[in-house]
Design a binder for this molecule. Structure first.
Ligand SMILES: Cc1cc2nc3c(=O)[nH]c(=O)nc-3n(C[C@H](O)[C@H](O)[C@H](O)COP(=O)(O)O)c2cc1C
Length: 323
């Protein structure tokens, strides 16, 4: 399957693995890229630019195929060493960056100068158009269903994707709620040039996370996610657990006077305990509604091959027979 996204990134299949905190290590990124998709290392999970440089080198040993690095720009009083991370990925020869969070404009000239392609993750048509205007090569359009930060507009992909298709000139991938061949074919029908998956890739053999995390995703239904931090306008979709119940109780109790410090125990720095320690109740961790469509733990290659084979069957079989 050839789309503007496979052409842009030089990959075999139009499937991207989105950056994920404490999940997007070299093991997962290289497995996705080896399977013909685009694997992405999560930049900020590496505590320093030096560690990111090592992670990139490790990934390069595991695959000769293209892979990318995610840079999430967070609003922060003491920002991470972004210039250092950008230098590390450029010096590491990375040619694809997935940006997310704040506007990446400041970093585009340096990235472009070094031949790095930028795909920016957005949760609204407004932000996608902004990304196009500042010179991003592509966007990842993240609907309300998504695991992680869906923004504050609450527009699901059945509306968001065709709206993006109507407005954008640069290619985009559908993100949020994507799990299988049906997701891919529907996204293509709505005007996307591929899809980005987060939660689905956590439940794979190569994802370097505790077995409990994979089993929690397999066990969860589409009803098991919750939105937290809405009062702070920093909404995150997470898997329901006792920490999330506690957090939501505090949100209800404190109402508009809620501050980040009130819920820090449930959200700050909890990823290592969850993802590596397998302590499923240690805090709130991102998970998409798509958990309801995830019933197994395949290898990345099995997953991607299955998606591509079934997508072809869907298009050539069911869809063309309807005509
Ligand atoms: C556990 C987890 C951690 C994530 N961490 C990040 C992150 O650090 N930066 C980022 O841009 N997106 C992050 N995301 C969002 C994903 O890259 C992707 O956009 C999202 O998962 C798509 O929705 P889906 O889970 O329904 O596939 C995370 C998602 C999950 C599930």
């Amino acid at each position: 399957m050839k789309t503007r996204i496979t052409e842009l990134f030089g990959i075999e299949h139009p499937i991207i693995q989105g950056g994920m905190h404490f999940v997007g290590f070299a093991e997962l990124a290289s497995a996705v890229s080896e399977a013909g998709g685009l694997g992405i290392i999560t930049g900020l999970t590496q505590r320093t630019p030096e560690l990111l440089a090592k992670e990139i080198a490790r990934c390069r040993e595991m695959t000769k195929k293209p892979f990318g690095v995610n840079l999430t720009f967070l609003p922060s009083v003491t920002p991470p060493d972004y210039p250092g991370y950008v230098r590390a990925l450029i010096e590491g020869g990375v040619k694809i960056v997935e940006t997310a969070g704040n506007n990446p404009q400041k970093w585009l000239p340096t990235l472009r100068e070094h031949g790095v392609k930028v795909i920016h993750k957005c949760t609204s048509v407004r932000h996608a158009l902004k990304a196009e205007a500042i010179g991003c090569d592509a966007v990842s359009v993240d609907g309300f269903e998504c695991g992680g930060h869906p923004g504050e507009d609450d527009v699901p992909n059945m509306i968001l994707l065709p709206r993006a298709a109507d407005e954008l000139k640069i290619p985009f991938v559908a993100s949020g709620g994507m799990a299988d061949a049906r997701s891919l074919v529907a996204s293509l029908a709505m005007g996307a040039d591929g899809m980005n998956m987060g939660t689905r890739f956590i439940a794979t053999k190569e994802a370097p996370v505790h077995e409990h995390v994979k089993q929690a995703i397999v066990a969860a239904s589409e009803l098991d996610t919750r939105l937290v931090m809405r009062p702070l306008r920093n909404t995150e979709r997470v898997l329901k657990n006792v920490a999330v119940d506690r957090l939501l109780a505090k949100e209800r109790e404190l109402g508009p006077s809620l501050k980040f410090e009130d819920i820090a125990a449930e959200v700050a720095g909890v990823y290592p305990a969850v993802m590596q320690g397998g302590q499923m109740d240690a805090g709130a961790w991102s998970c998409g509604m798509v958990a309801g469509l995830i019933n197994d733990v395949p290898t990345c290659k099995e997953l991607i091959d299955r998606i591509m084979a079934e997508a072809e069957q869907l298009i050539r079989g069911r869809l063309s027979r309807l005509l």
